[in-house]
Design a protein around this ligand. Structure first.
Ligand code: ATP
Length: 448
């Protein structure tokens, strides 16, 4: 299968060619490591985010949603430690190329620039937060930061949520949104960019239960990727060594995926203890704890945080789905995306643009849309070209209308993966497709 044939270059080319992801500002020569999501990319990433929301909000009742602002009060970043400590060690080439590198990404002991061989500067701490000013006048005191993570917006709302959500620990607050980091060395397509989307959840628990919940979320988050079709032998959970841990963490594990660039982090699950709530309580003077009316105990909850990247996950799903299949003399490129993630669920393709086929096609599209399916109608070009296009965007089913359709009111349904074609009566088509698609949507977890 595909893993040997897929490269980052092929994914970049496919996503550009088929309209998933474009380089930002391409007509001006591009803006380094910044990307715009096009039609199919928007549909795919939205499905990834919806799948995340669904497992947390719809399938359980101990998590609530939040959408906090990108611009938070500047004190937030003092309390969180980002202002002082959200840095990467930067070294710069003092020779010809003047390139900048993350010292911890170079081979240990590297003394010269790996690009031009020039002398390297001593490492210095480089803060990754983007700064801007709030209001019309640029003066000191109105400096704000684009959030480098969504998590802090959750902690500063802890009290408000606790008072309104009718939840008590263990419970979680989940949020999806843009984060910004002035990465020293972005790259590898959308794996590491300076503007990206995160899917984060802070799960507040009685401190004595922290370890148990840490284990629970590691397993649950690993399983989420398996349920959505990533091959399990290309996924691993890696526990951080003590010297890798962030200042707030007493345990962190990464869900890693075998990208074409090697094993790399998809998501981090951290046991943050009581660090964040304690810091914000101290900096704000507010009480950020929980009073348990049953036991009479007052305590600061500990926090387990699964933090994922929506763009990085989207890239992993694309890489994992990419396949080149030889059929006779031909090779087809096919994205074997999980049907739940596929941008388009069904393509409706009249064989010819006459004899009432387009009209019937439009009727079928309307029927399928009424059932909530993302459908695409395409009547242009040879049928082979149209199949190829749908394969490359990962559409699970193609419905073809041909001369027989007008005689017996049946269509062919082509399966993206097996290429099997069966005839189905038009009347039965919506039920047939909805049943097939939703049967495959059911996560194995729910079947148990
Ligand atoms: P890395 O070590 O790769 O820099 P991190 O450990 O700093 O990542 P976290 O702060 O744990 O990352 O962020 C949680 C998730 O957000 C990551 O697992 C990743 O999916 C995503 N993420 C972080 N930084 C970026 C980025 N620059 N571009 C795209 N996604 C990112």
């Amino acid at each position: 299968m595909s893993q040997d044939t897929v490269t980052m270059d092929k994914i970049v080319a496919l996503t550009k060619r088929r309209g998933f992801i474009f380089p930002t500002g391409e007509i001006y020569g591009g803006l380094g490591s910044t990307y715009d999501f096009a039609h199919y990319g928007v549909l795919l990433k939205t499905n990834v985010k919806n799948a995340w929301w669904q497992t947390l909000l719809q399938e359980r009742d101990d998590v609530v949603a939040l959408d906090s602002a990108i611009l938070q009060h500047p004190r937030t970043w003092e309390a969180s430690g980002h202002l002082a400590g959200f840095t990467d060690p930067l070294v710069q080439c003092l020779g010809e190329c003047k390139r900048r590198f993350r010292a911890d990404h170079l081979e240990p002991g590297t003394a010269v620039c790996p690009v031009c061989g020039g002398e390297l500067s001593a490492p210095r701490d480089f803060n990754l937060m983007f700064e801007t000013t709030m209001g019309a006048v640029q003066e000191s005191g109105n400096k704000v930061y684009l959030r480098p993570e969504t998590a802090q917006g959750i902690f500063v709302n802890f009290k408000n949520v606790l008072q309104t959500a009718r939840k008590k620990p263990p419970f979680g607050i989940a949020q999806v949104g843009k984060s910004f980091r002035n990465e020293i060395t972005p790259g590898n397509f959308v794996f590491r960019t300076r503007e990206f989307e995160q899917m984060e959840m802070e799960f507040f628990v009685p401190p004595a239960e922290a370890l148990q919940w840490y284990d629970y979320w590691k397993q649950a988050r690993f399983q989420w990727y398996v349920d959505l079709g990533l091959r399990p032998d290309h996924l691993q959970l890696r526990e951080h060594d003590a010297d890798e841990l962030s200042h707030y963490s007493s345990g962190t594990a990464d869900v890693e995926y075998l990208f074409p660039i090697g094993w790399s982090e998809l998501e981090g699950i951290a046991n943050r203890g009581t660090f964040d709530l304690t810091q914000h309580a101290q900096f704000s003077g507010e009480k950020l704890d929980y009073f348990d009316p049953n036991t009479g105990a007052r305590y600061t909850p500990a926090v387990i945080e699964p933090a994922a990247g929506a763009d990085r996950a989207t890239l992993a799903f694309l890489v994992d789905a990419y396949d080149e299949e030889v059929i006779g003399d031909d090779t087809r490129v096919v994205l074997r995306l999980h049907p739940r993630l596929a941008p388009v669920k069904v393509a409706v393709l009249p064989l010819v643009r006459k004899d009432g086929q387009p009209e019937l096609g439009r009727e079928i599209v309307a029927k399928l849309r009424k059932r909530g399916l993302q459908v695409e109608y395409d009547e242009g070009g040879s049928i082979g070209k149209r199949y190829r296009r749908q394969d490359e965007i990962g559409t699970p089913f193609a419905v073809t209308i041909d001369h027989q359709t007008l005689e017996d009111q049946t269509v062919t349904v082509r399966d993206r993966d097996s290429l099997e074609q069966i005839r189905v009566a038009i009347d039965a088509l919506p039920d047939h497709l909805v049943t097939k698609l939703s049967a495959e949507w059911r996560s194995p977890k729910l079947d148990a």
